[in-house]
Design a protein around this ligand. Sequence first.
Ligand code: MG
Length: 387
Amino acid sequence: MRFSAILVAAGSSSRMGTGKSKVLEYIDNKTVIRYTLEAFEKTVSVNSVTVVCRPEDMELLRLESSGLKKPVNFVTGGKTRQQSVLRGIEAMPDCDYCVIHDGARPLITPLLIDRVCSDAILHGASAAAVPSKDTCKIVDAEGFVKQTPERSALMAVQTPQVFQLALYKLALSDAVRAGMDFTDDCQLIENTGRPVHLITGDYRNIKLTTPEDFIIARALLAEKKERTSMRIGQGYDVHRLAEGRKLILCGVEISFEKGLAGHSDADVAAHALSDALLGAAALGDIGKLFPDTDTAYKGADSMKLLEEVCRRVRACGYEIGNVDITIVAQQPKLAPYIGDMRKGIAAACHIEAGQVSVKATTEEGLGVSGQGQGIAAHAVCLLTTMN
Ligand code: MG
């Protein structure tokens, strides 16, 4: 199933009273839209994002999407929310489901986005919502109460709202034909008589509308930082040096008269790092995951195994903060290879080279590495939770 997101950010932000688009306001060191984009970057379901915005904000918004791996494109919005979403639908890449989200809900979590996406597969139309904490009143134009709906039946609907694309397009053309313009995307589907399912959202997933919402968002983000848990891992490996083998360290072939012996390519540094990552996530070790009794791993590219380790670590909800490797070898000189090693590790782990450190040292002629019998590697890493 292909899910493509539409971030609605074309409003005038008039209730903010600053004249500036609220999605370009900063909360601590990041803009509102950057928080939102980063949440979508980390979802498992969503493949691409289309931001619907005012023409005057497009260039600044484009800068906010730099460095993200998932494609982000931009399109100018219409006069109303419904018209803006329509522009987004027309501009988005081919997909099965559209994921509509307010650009001004920066506290959305990747997990909630993925949960609504899964629910939409079951029901065709799904949205996040929370039970109303306030009793709500229906009033007339003069402010007199006409009716009080039963609070226990009231849900405050949030975004994301996820729809089967064909269903949404049909509902949209129905509304356009009938001259109706809705402020909420679920209403479009309701208007066709089709069911819309709600799942429990998150009270933290607030929509920034008025200036005091920024005070609340700042407090929630500070609290979230405190909640973010970190896990540390360490790994160690050593392999014997042997004639007639290639020397591969961090995926880089090093020119040397000997290489490391082993069942796989014997990349001792990639092994130490894999064990550090598995250790941090308490997922065992590479010996258990890729046993040397299994012929499938004979001569295996250890960087491919490292990539698989990273995939498993992410599947448990962790993100990689940084990794640090120390290779212990008397010979050869590794300094000329360090840059390529860092790039290779970064690519295999899907992180930036700035998050990767590779160092080399000798043991002053002492012990296994010092006497040239083998090469050892130590690695540490830090994992953070994704939410
Ligand atoms: Mg090994």
